[in-house]
Design a protein. Structure first.
Lengths: 543, 272
């Protein structure tokens, strides 16, 4: 009885203290980001504790489950007082967890069939305050009751709950290691523990469920120092439909696969000053798996711009998205729409071009999207001499492809006739010999346009409607006849460029005839000389 | 005189061929390496044009010496083709094939040399005209239909191949392979070569014929004066015309103007 009196005095002191100091602890739960966890007001009714403890602090009674398992009904008050729920500002009373309606004395019998189920049932009480997702991921295993993990398995039995800080310490890692011991991980090292969880007993990630328990709540926002507010609510369906989601042919990615550093809860505070800064700090995550394309993008015109301090320069997630990453080229038009995000003016020009219209209106599989000319990831600077000099090859990739062009009845002579001409010959030579030198010789796009390429015979704007003006861009003094100096990509024939055809024909005949004539003369001369020499030798031999 | 002309022709022709043919066959890797060796296509073109200038200057010079010799000195123009040349050719073929044991006796310029000479005249004319057209397409098309430019290009290339092949096969065989004939450099031809190729001229000279037959020195001083005046005027005009032709037009702008435009024009709407 003496210990009871001591406890009573102690309790009264604690309760008075509680009345003096207790206040709703919402602020303490609010993380540095603006995640707001639902808080339940605890009742703080101390009298119920007294009532409960009258019986439970010193009893030999046992609770028996239908399965035959038994547990002691005694509460270790010492442990309770040292638990995170038994002391301090957040002290709970018995009825905060044990619903007073259900637990009114005399208690009704337990309904859970066995101890494991009972613990899961009780774990629901934790969720009144702690909407913590990893509970979810563990309790989902309840279907296989013997592997179900209840809150208490890690955090301690209901009355001995340890503070969260404990899980940062070495002892906490040991708790996880109780189950996740499959791999030889150093469970005393947080990173090692993480791996042990990730690849350990269940070979599962602390996956989406862990994170999504919070991050599916609507209206979650994260506010940066500069006032930028971004939503951190993740659409689970979008995530599943993402290339990284359920249908990923390799394996679905869990949140932690990318967010390796931020994944464990509580999160480290975000230090990025703005939403853009945060994006720029995050895209490096892609490198973990996509290092090839990551590197190429880093060396691209976007990567260079970023290096030069242009924060608007596109990084992985600007084009691909972050949580909801679709297949970037389905439909093909998506590719160009992605570029449109930043390059809308150029996109609008492209959209009206023969290529863009076919892509956007007909979903044509053959016309070039942005990346077919500019590359993807390793996008080059299109304003360099190198790009200019190599551009005809770029066009030739499709326009010299007979199979492809036949579909559209487009001549594939364009490239060869270009190369055979003065402009093309020069540019080709440049390309092979000195590709970074500047040249004033026309390349395909000087005449046909860049993004706004139209069919040559398009009414009003087609190149044929005013070829002279096109020539005059570079040849300001050109007169009416001048455009005909260009063979218009036709191979010379009687129909097109007949004069060239006839000149070629003339030399095709004259050269062999002349060479043949000279060769004939040379051979007859050799014939005579050989004959004379042989005859001379015979005569010499005869003497 | 002829030796200087030949030297000018030899050097300019070789340079023109070396700088020209690679331009006709840009897809050929050897052609490319020639162009690289010479310092790139633009340099090659400049060399080509200077060589063309030399060839043109040499041609003008040749016209003047020719005019001087035929008009002032009244020499016979023995390079003109004659009916005998055809006969000589026919006899040479028959002799070579063994149908006759006597080679034809040929004059100072035998049929093979005449073919070469007139081929050079024809070729140079073609090359000069088409080359001018290619060099000055704007001026050309101001007068002629545009199609003349690609036609000129075709002719320039075709004629080049024809000329180079002719020189390689015919000329080099005759002066280097068959026998080494360096008279065009030394001015002297060995007697046995003269007997073989110019027997008639040898006979003529040995029977006391003039070195430059048909020449008449009567009144030559007066003609020389006239020629001097005319040649200075005409020559000056031709050289001026040549320089004019070489700097005739500004065919194209030298630098394609760079267009600067805003490329970052974000939509501000979410990703598709």
């Amino acid at each position: 009885m003496r210990s009871f009196s001591l406890w009573l005095v102690g309790l009264i002191i604690v309760l008075i203290g509680s009345f003096l100091w207790w206040e709703p602890a919402a602020a303490d739960f609010a993380p540095d980001t603006a995640v707001t966890l639902p808080q339940q007001q605890v009742s703080g009714d101390d009298r119920t504790d007294l009532a409960c403890l009258l019986c439970h602090q010193d009893t030999t009674a046992e609770i028996t489950f239908p399965s035959g398992e038994t547990i002691s009904a005694q509460i270790d008050l010492d442990s309770l007082a040292h638990s995170v729920h038994g002391s301090g500002d957040e002290a709970l009373t018995c009825t905060d967890c044990h619903n007073p309606n259900a637990y009114r004395s005399p208690h009704s019998g337990v309904t859970a069939p066995d101890y494991a189920s009972y613990r899961l049932e009780k774990a629901a009480a934790c969720e009144q305050c702690h909407v913590q997702p990893h509970l979810d991921s563990h309790t989902q295993l309840a279907a296989a009751a013997d592997t179900a993990v209840a809150c208490q398995d890690c955090h301690g039995e209901g009355h001995t709950v340890q503070p969260a800080a404990m899980f940062d310490a070495e002892t906490g890692t040991a708790v996880c290691a109780d189950c996740h011991t499959e791999k030889d991980a150093t469970t005393t090292d947080p990173a090692g523990l993480f791996n042990a969880i990730q690849y350990g007993l269940f070979d599962r990630q602390p996956g989406e469920n862990y994170c999504l328990a919070c991050h599916t709540q609507p209206g979650l926002t994260m506010t940066f120092a500069n006032g930028d507010a971004v939503s951190i609510t993740v659409d689970p369906d979008g995530l599943h439909d993402s290339v990284h989601g359920a249908d990923n042919p390799w394996q679905p990615l869990a949140c932690a696969n990318c967010h390796r550093d931020t994944a464990p809860y509580p999160h480290e505070p975000v230090t990025a000053a703005s939403a853009r800064q945060f994006t720029l700090s995050q895209y490096g995550l892609c490198e973990q798996c996509h290092n090839y394309n990551y590197e190429r993008a880093t060396n691209s015109v976007h990567g260079d711009a970023l290096q030069e301090g242009n924060e608007n320069a596109a990084v992985c997630i600007d084009c691909h998205g972050s949580h909801e990453i679709p297949t970037p080229n389905e439909p093909r038009a998506r590719i160009s729409h992605i570029c449109e995000q930043c390059h809308s003016e150029i996109f609008n020009e492209y959209a009206e071009s023969v290529h863009g219209a076919a892509l956007l209106e007909e979903d044509n599989p053959d016309v070039p999207t942005c990346i077919d000319c500019h590359g993807v990831h390793d996008i080059n600077d299109p304003t360099t001499n190198l790009f200019r000099v190599r551009s005809p090859e770029l066009c030739a990739k499709c326009h010299a492809n007979v199979e492809l062009m036949d579909k559209y009845e487009i001549s594939t002579d364009v490239f060869e006739t270009y190369v055979a001409d003065f402009h093309g010959e020069t540019v080709t030579l440049f390309e092979q010999l000195d590709p970074t030198a500047e040249t004033n010789k026309a390349v395909c796009y000087d005449c046909h346009g860049i993004h706004n390429i139209l069919p040559p015979d398009a009414p009003h704007a087609g190149i044929k409607t005013n070829l002279l003006a096109t020539c005059q861009q570079c040849h300001p003094d050109a007169t009416d006849n001048f455009p005909d100096a260009w063979t218009s990509h036709f191979r010379p024939s009687l129909e097109h460029n007949p004069l060239v055809y006839l000149v070629n024909l003339f030399y095709d005949i004259v050269i062999p005839l002349t060479v043949g004539f000279f060769a004939f003369m040379v051979f007859t001369d050799i014939y005579r000389r050989v004959r004379e020499r042989v005859a001379g030798r015979r005569a010499a031999g005869g003497e | 005189m002829a030796r200087i002309e030949h030297l000018i022709l030899l050097i300019s022709f070789t340079i023109l061929a070396i700088t020209g043919l690679p331009q006709k066959y840009p897809a050929n890797s050897f052609a490319d390496s020639v162009i690289v060796f010479l310092g790139g296509i633009e340099t090659v073109r400049i060399i080509h044009r200077w060589a063309a200038f030399a060839l043109m200057a040499g041609s003008v010079y040749h016209l003047f010496t020719g005019a001087y010799r035929s008009l002032v000195r009244r020499e016979r123009m023995r390079m003109l083709p004659q009916r005998k040349d055809v006969r000589d050719w026919w006899d040479t073929v028959r002799y070579n094939l063994g149908f006759t044991s006597e080679p034809p006796k040929m004059a100072k310029f035998n049929f093979g040399e005449k073919i070469e000479y007139w081929a050079v005249v024809w070729g140079t004319a073609i090359m000069a005209i088409t080359g001018f057209m290619l060099w000055n397409p704007l001026a050309t098309t101001a007068v002629l239909p545009g199609q003349f430019i690609p036609a000129a290009l075709a002719a320039h290339g075709g004629e080049a191949v024809l000329a180079v092949l002719s020189i390689l096969i015919w000329h080099l065989y005759n002066v280097l392979v068959k026998q080494r004939n360096f008279s065009i450099f030394s001015g002297n031809l060995p007697r046995h070569q003269m007997e073989e190729e110019h027997a008639l001229e040898l006979e003529r000279l040995e029977s006391g014929g003039e070195i430059w037959p048909g020449g008449s020195l009567q009144g030559v001083a007066r003609r020389q004066r006239i020629f001097l005046v005319v040649s200075v005027i005409v020559g000056g005009l031709m050289i001026a015309g040549l320089i004019w032709a070489f700097t005739f037009e500004e065919t194209a702008i030298t630098t394609i103007p760079r267009v600067t435009r805003e490329i970052f024009t974000p939509l501000g709407t979410p990703m598709p």
